[in-house]
Design a protein around this ligand. Structure first.
Ligand SMILES: Cc1ncc(COP(=O)(O)O)c(C=O)c1O
Length: 407
């Protein structure tokens, strides 16, 4: 994104502010859609990556459907204009009332366990359902994001077909789809494709199936030296695999649920340097945001490029870089965005951009340390629109009850 534009955004909206580029989202969606020639194909944006309704609307307008993991996400997706039939609900360990929420809004639910399939059958017999399969393998950029294999809490094990069938029969349920999601941040698709192979084997047991959902997980390069997934190759292998299956079995819709891939690279977290501190060994650059607003570095030790935003006319001044630790304003030692990072000289008031923060940035943010949430801004070519106002102290009181502790 243009540095002069970012400086203008700071002037208009302050920091910390998430800034998203609509064109990047559209590019990612089109690249993915064009790389898979299998038809029918449906891409459901996994909105847990970023649930701002303005972003949901962008994907709706691009022709995307949506994947939700909670009733709250269903609520937002409906608010953003998706119809019930555009929504897949892939919840985990849902309460009775959460399942009822999906049913009453006519949203197809994916059962994550035999236990949830049983409860669903009791609540809503003679209806459609989808099941999440654990294909006995997982993948991802960090152990916390691996969602398949024996250690993972997700999905019904692929060997449990007999139990699935028996529950479907018991409650007269129609299995519309089988689903898997083996992890997140996958740049090398071998395991993902192996998972698809296993999922298709399970799918072969259900002759009335309408769709096969291979989940999300497609990664983006965050670190220098990482390369993007070879989408064309992935798309070809996937297309071949599902086409062969459909020829031997029956026609199905192929569903993908990418989150990160569609939005990560569209986002920047703008932040201002508030303090610079040196000790005998390290230089700390403190900024006006923290892991409460952007968790990925603290939670996953994730690497995010950080750049100094300088007006175009003075960019040549910063030749000499030195190693610094960029840290936030939260009272926790884990509140570090980057260690030993080479950056140009920095002083209080300088503007920094933490890159590739469009996915799992704001959607994971909290008000920890009683710091209100950041603003969000959408850039569409030359138009800049505020899509979420900065939080306020009043927000910190929201839902707190006034209790007279003296009785
Ligand atoms: C069920 C489901 N589908 C899709 C996704 C999207 O994953 P990603 O952002 O890695 O594409 C997730 C994320 O964890 C998920 O839980």
């Amino acid at each position: 994104m243009d540095f002069d534009r970012l400086a203008e955004i700071r002037t208009a909206y302050g920091t910390p502010t998430y800034v998203y580029d609509k064109q990047v989202m559209a590019r990612q969606y089109q690249n993915l859609a064009q790389s898979i020639r299998y038809t029918p194909l449906r891409i459901h944006y996994a909105c847990k990556a970023n649930t701002n309704c303005a972003i949901l609307r962008i994907f709706r307008d691009l022709g995307c459907a949506v994947d939700c993991v909670s009733p709250g996400e269903i609520f937002l997706a409906l608010k953003a204009g998706f119809s019930s039939s555009d929504i897949l609900f892939t919840g985990n360990n849902l309460t009775h009332s959460e399942i009822m929420y999906a049913i009453s809004h006519d949203v197809l639910m994916t059962a994550d366990s035999l236990s949830q399939l049983e409860v669903y059958g009791q609540i809503n017999p003679e209806s459609d359902v989808c099941i999440r399969i654990n294909p006995n393998l997982g993948a991802g950029h960090h152990k916390h994001v691996i969602t398949g294999g024996l250690q993972s809490k997700f999905g019904i094990y692929q060997t449990d077909v007999a139990q699935i069938t028996s529950l479907l029969n018991k409650y007269n349920l129609h299995l519309k789809g089988v689903h898997m999601h083996i992890g997140s941040g996958i740049l090398e698709p071998v395991l993902l494709l192996k998972g698809v192979e296993s999922l298709l084997q399970v799918a072969g047991e259900f002759p009335d199936l309408e769709f096969v959902d291979i989940g999300g997980g497609l990664g983006v390069p965050y670190e220098p030296g990482q390369v993007s997934m070879d989408l064309r190759k992935f798309g070809e292998s996937l297309t071949d695999m599902v086409t062969r299956w459909a020829e031997h079995n029956h026609a199905v819709t192929l569903v993908l649920e990418p989150g990160r891939f569609l939005v990560a690279e569209s986002g920047i977290l703008l932040t201002t340097v508030t303090a610079v501190k040196e000790n005998p060994k390290y230089t700390f650059v403190g900024v006006d945001t923290g892991f409460n607003h952007f968790m990925r570095p603290a939670l996953y030790n994730a690497y995010h490029e950080i750049v100094k935003v300088v007006p175009s006319e003075s960019r040549r001044e910063f030749q000499e870089h030195s190693e610094v630790t960029v840290c936030g304003d939260i009272c926790e030692s884990a509140d570090i965005f980057a260690r030993n990072r080479l950056l140009p000289p920095l002083k209080e008031g300088d503007l920094l951009a933490i890159l590739n923060t469009g996915a799992y940035g704001f959607s994971m943010a909290s008000e920890y340390n009683s710091r209100p949430l950041p603003a969000e801004v959408l850039v569409d070519k030359t138009t800049v629109t505020e899509i979420r106002k900065r939080g306020t102290f009043q927000d910190l009181l929201r839902n707190q009850c006034e209790v007279d502790i003296d009785g």
